[in-house]
Design a protein around this ligand. Structure first.
Ligand SMILES: [Zn+2]
Length: 486
């Protein structure tokens, strides 16, 4: 420690990993139950009404002041406790994925409810752990007689909705000193890599239907336009930054009859790159390609914006603190039945390729001898790029932000699959969830008591922004794509 005052504060007031751990343990049961209830009511992006109500009920009982409808989104909310000059935010998520209904605690695929949703990214644990972190920090601060503001952010639609980006544009994170988050994983680690910024939008073409054989000359094919748009994008690929990505799905083909000139067709395009500037300029080129395809086919094209996120700006100052606190607290304490289930899942439902993919994605050891990770990965010396995107990125541009990962699932478990859902309310997942809560709260406690750390983290954020201000990746006037919520 470099700050005498913080040492004194830590010693005198006992705001340390032990006091955080004790406060978290005292209430963990209620949050484990919350996580199980959310697992059992899997709701999709922007429709997390019941899950949000479960979270709000618990926070009100804990004495938090709740602000609903952040950024005009009915499932975005903030809960705050305490007063003081330092404000800490914990970010939570609770949305599920479509079509992943699965019975819990078995090693074969079996739907719980045909066609229903499932918690394939363990966001049931994610939200509950961030809530527990907020409550444990609030209680530990009260015990130690230290004043600070503690906030929980209920962030909707992480899965393909970028809820936090809308909350960020509305200024929800502007007055924080630091933000903490975690994600369920197959390893215990502190995240130190950046992610890709992205923009996603629909391009909807409209033409003119006609009999494809008798009067093709009067038809104008929207489907042709979608195909030509893809040809254009494929030629663009050679002239993109090498780490950029363009993905697409054809979301409307116009029909299944080849003897009709298709009058409506649509594609959904996802453009990613390490820098938001690059994403913006690639997106402008994609728009020109769409207009070119419309011109060639005498159709019209409409762009419907869907979502956007910024890249994550890592914060080494906070990551180092988080890694120290994680090491002091230790990894989740898995027992023999936890390993037995994970062993069986690995034998019956995972492949060697799955295990290798886990190690490659997160920098884990390729030959870890156990099915559950019960160590903590070292802090990466030269963090690279994680080839995915998260809306935590937008928060990280506004306020110093750090994230940890804990092993809620067996090594090799591919996320967004039934194998993840089935492990979402096992004792191992609960243990990893409570560990994540403690690591976040203990790291936040250090930020509260160490003004020098706060300054260093903020200075680092300034340096990483290279003089740029946060600019929302959302187009002006765009609103969250809330279908059934309005
Ligand atoms: Zn997730």
């Amino acid at each position: 420690m470099h700050n005498d005052k913080a040492v004194m504060a830590g010693r005198n007031n006992l705001l340390d990993a032990d006091s955080i751990s004790r406060c978290a343990n005292a209430k963990a049961g209620a949050f484990i139950d919350l996580s199980d209830r959310v697992w059992a009511m899997p709701e999709l992006r922007f429709e997390e009404f019941r899950s949000v109500q479960e979270h709000i009920t618990i926070m009100e009982a804990e004495g938090f002041r709740v602000t609903r409808d952040i950024a005009g989104i009915r499932t975005a909310f903030m809960a705050e406790a305490g007063e003081g000059d330092v404000t800490i935010g914990f970010l939570g998520e609770f949305d599920a994925l479509a079509g992943l209904s699965q019975v819990a605690g078995i090693t074969e695929q079996r739907e719980l409810e045909p066609g229903a949703n499932g918690h394939g990214c363990h966001h049931n644990l994610l939200g509950a752990a961030s809530l527990l972190a907020a409550v444990a920090l609030k209680d530990a601060l009260a015990e130690a007689g230290i004043k600070a503001r503690v906030r929980y952010y209920g962030c909707p639609a992480e899965e393909g909705g970028s809820g936090k980006t809308y909350m960020a544009r509305a200024g929800a994170f502007d007055d924080l000193d630091a933000a903490f988050c975690w994600h369920p994983c197959v390893y215990n680690a502190v995240m130190s890599s950046s992610t890709l910024a992205n923009i996603q939008a629909y391009f909807r073409f409209s033409g003119r239907a006609a009999h494809a054989a008798m009067s093709p000359q009067v038809g104008r094919s929207a489907l042709d336009a979608v195909e030509l748009m893809n040809v254009g994008i494929n030629y663009m690929r050679e002239h993109m930054p090498s780490e950029a990505r363009v993905h697409y799905a054809i979301t409307q083909t116009g029909g299944i009859s080849p003897n009709v000139v298709q009058a409506k067709a649509e594609g959904l395009y996802l453009i990613r790159a390490p820098r938001l500037d690059d994403v913006r300029s690639l997106f402008e080129r994609v728009r020109k390609i769409a207009e070119g395809a419309a011109l060639m086919t005498e159709t019209t094209v409409e762009m419907i914006f869907d979502r956007a996120t910024s890249n994550v700006l890592p914060n080494r100052a906070l990551e180092e603190v988080m890694h120290r606190e994680f090491t002091a607290l230790g990894p989740p304490d898995f027992d023999a039945p936890d390993f037995e289930f994970a062993d069986r899942l690995r034998r019956e439902a995972l492949t060697d390729a799955d295990v290798r993919a886990s190690a490659e994605a997160f920098g884990g050891p390729a030959d870890y001898p156990k099915s559950l990770h019960d160590a903590i990965l070292p802090l990466v010396e030269r963090p690279g790029l994680l080839f995915g995107s998260t809306d935590v990125g937008d928060v990280s541009w506004i306020v110093p932000t750090a994230q940890c990962l804990t092993a809620t699932a067996a090594i090799g478990t591919p996320f967004h699959t039934w194998q993840t859902v089935t492990q979402g309310k096992l004792p191992a997942a609960h243990k990893a969830m409570v560990t994540a809560a403690k690591v976040m709260a203990a790291s936040a406690a250090r930020v509260v008591t160490d003004s020098d750390l706060r300054e260093r983290a903020k200075r680092e954020l300034q340096e990483r922004r290279k003089g740029e201000a946060y600019r929302s990746p959302l187009p002006e006037g765009s609103e969250a794509p809330i279908a059934s919520a309005r």
